[in-house]
Ligand binder design. Sequence first.
Ligand SMILES: [Zn+2]
Length: 251
Amino acid sequence: MDFREIQQTGFTQDYEINNSRYSSSVRTAENSNLILDGLSAEMRRVLEPSLRSVILRKEQFLYQEEDHLEYVYFPITAVVSEFKMLEDGRMVEISVTGKEGAVGLSALFSDSNVVSNCVQVSQAGQAKRVDAVTFEKLLRTNEKIRTGLSHFVDTYIRQISQKAICNMYHSVRERFCTCLLMIQDRCGLRTLDLTHEQIARTLGVYRPSVTNIAQELRECSMINYSRGGILIRDRKRIEQAACSCYVAIGA
Ligand SMILES: [Zn+2]
């Protein structure tokens, strides 16, 4: 059963994630984005005519480096990763965003509206999007919308800073576990639509090292995997095996 089938059977509604600041949202706000939810009714009325619902496909690139920002995305069930491209062609993930945030804000706040990193969908799903020009006008003229975004911007900056430390000092095994937890917090699924190749790309390492770790975690009954994805079998032990960044970033 892949994650799309799980969604259709309503599995996500039954699944509870403990020790996560998003746990309540996973259970109660299956079709919402927390930034949009946090807007006042008045603000939602202002923004709603410009919002469009979209389905983001797995591994779809929303942006490449130096693209001009066209849309700001508000993930709902989709999970989106931001990557920095290395000179040798590898990519390293610098942030992951789901229903708690928005994608494209950093470019929106720059003078040029140029995107500085690759942005790729890691878990397919729903999102809302608004064209960048419209949203920028709203931001400039509406302090309440700016305030509504400030918490996420703070979290986003904290995540990028922590990732810099993580990529340098923490083991691939620890980062692998952190990666699983962060994605699960955002999509709320027990089976993550992830391949070893995708995780290797996320961590900026070669696939055999990811496969070795995945095998070890499977032998310990912490995960299972197949072509359908990675099943989280023992979340508590994965939390224990994750690096301190998981707690520092705030899930
Ligand atoms: Zn770390």
